[in-house]
Design a binder for this molecule. Structure first.
Ligand code: NDP
Length: 309
């Protein structure tokens, strides 16, 4: 099937690109990918997206965006992109190894995935005390006790942010030192609300229907190895994110961590006619509203590109 504009991803970037592209008469096709609605749907409530003064549950918000794109003619395809060929024009995109699309312009909006520890209890309590975004979910833990896992800048930043809201914050660090920049380390170490648990790893989360505690192991395998239980209401992962960009690596320039490189302030990649929007190209902000903004930019740029053909 030949299309003018093909969008890969159904998060805020993908849906916003679809709204703009369909209103520009590009009749876009949007491939939804493995997680309909994107990363946002792993959170419980969205309170920082403008336009929802009372907050909104992420499924409703993403469904609203989807319906808005549908209203202007976006066609949705459920499935995962399994292969692309960006060496040809029009570009080839293959869904589920069988449906082949040819597109004048492609907008990559595949997002990023937070890294998790891989514990079974993490999955059990996801959205019920387990979060990978303090900015999104911290507010629900006001005056409560939470733990943050990680020793990098993100973990320190999140611990500090949460300390502004919560009664107490544990920072669980697997090494005997923090990896974060000196200034972030000092902020954490000087914050009386933060207790840093060096050389601790999480064994499991516990609780009745929601997170109420965590079992930790101190200096595993050493003579002074010890198990410790902490009572917590929230468990925040801050051990990094993977951009979902592996599929494009043979064609699209990426940085060392896999984030797609774009030209200046644009969404243009190194391949003319291929644009990147949202978290797959954003190692810094990782916010729905920023992703939505870049989706709009990508659609405007794709429209200009198509008109220039
Ligand atoms: P980093 O990769 O810097 O840090 C990840 C942290 O998570 C490390 O402490 C690592 O431990 C720990 N970790 C990884 N896997 C596990 C695991 N399985 N169990 C327990 N701990 C684990 O990621 P960040 O997201 O913190 O930062 C990414 C980049 O963004 C960095 O370059 C950072 O400097 C930058 N950044 C800058 C900010 C700023 O300047 N304001 C804010 C946020 C990020 P270990 O040290 O043992 O490997």
């Amino acid at each position: 099937m030949k299309v003018k504009c093909l969008i890969i991803g159904s998060g805020p970037a993908g849906y916003t690109a679809a709204i703009y592209a369909s209103r520009a008469n590009l009749s876009p096709v949007l491939i939804e990918g493995p997680q309909l609605g994107g990363q946002l749907t792993t959170t419980t409530e969205v309170e920082n997206f403008p336009g929802y003064p009372d907050g909104i549950d992420p499924f409703t918000m993403m469904d609203d965006m989807r319906r808005q794109a549908e209203r202007f003619g976006t066609q949705f395809v459920s499935g995962i992109v399994t292969k692309v060929d960006f060496s040809v024009s029009p570009k080839k995109v293959i869904v589920e190894d069988e449906q082949e699309y040819e597109a004048d312009a492609v907008i990559i909006a595949t997002g990023a995935s937070a890294k998790y520890l891989g514990l079974e209890s993490e999955r059990t309590y996801r959205g019920r005390g387990v979060s990978a975004c303090a900015t999104c979910d911290g507010f629900f833990y006001r005056k409560k006790t939470v733990a943050v896992v990680g020793g990098g800048d993100t973990a320190c930043e999140e611990a500090n942010y949460l300390a502004g809201l919560c009664e107490k914050v544990y920072l669980i660090v697997r090494k005997p030192y923090l990896r974060a920049s000196e200034i972030m380390q000092q902020r954490v170490l000087n914050n009386p609300k933060i207790e840093v648990l060096f050389e601790h790893n999480t064994l499991q989360l516990t609780g009745e229907g929601k997170v109420q505690g965590a079992d930790l192991i101190y200096r595993k395998g050493e003579a002074d190895e010890a198990i410790r239980h902490i009572a917590i209401d929230g468990f925040f992962l801050a051990i990094g994110h993977h951009p979902n960009t592996e599929l494009f690596k043979d064609y699209i320039a990426r940085d060392a961590e896999g984030f797609i490189l774009v030209e200046g302030n644009s969404t243009r990649t190194n391949v003319p006619g291929v644009f990147a929007a949202g978290d797959c190209a954003d190692p810094y902000y990782r916010q729905a509203v920023v992703a939505a903004g870049s989706g709009a930019k990508a659609a405007i740029e794709a429209d200009k590109y198509i008109k220039s053909l």
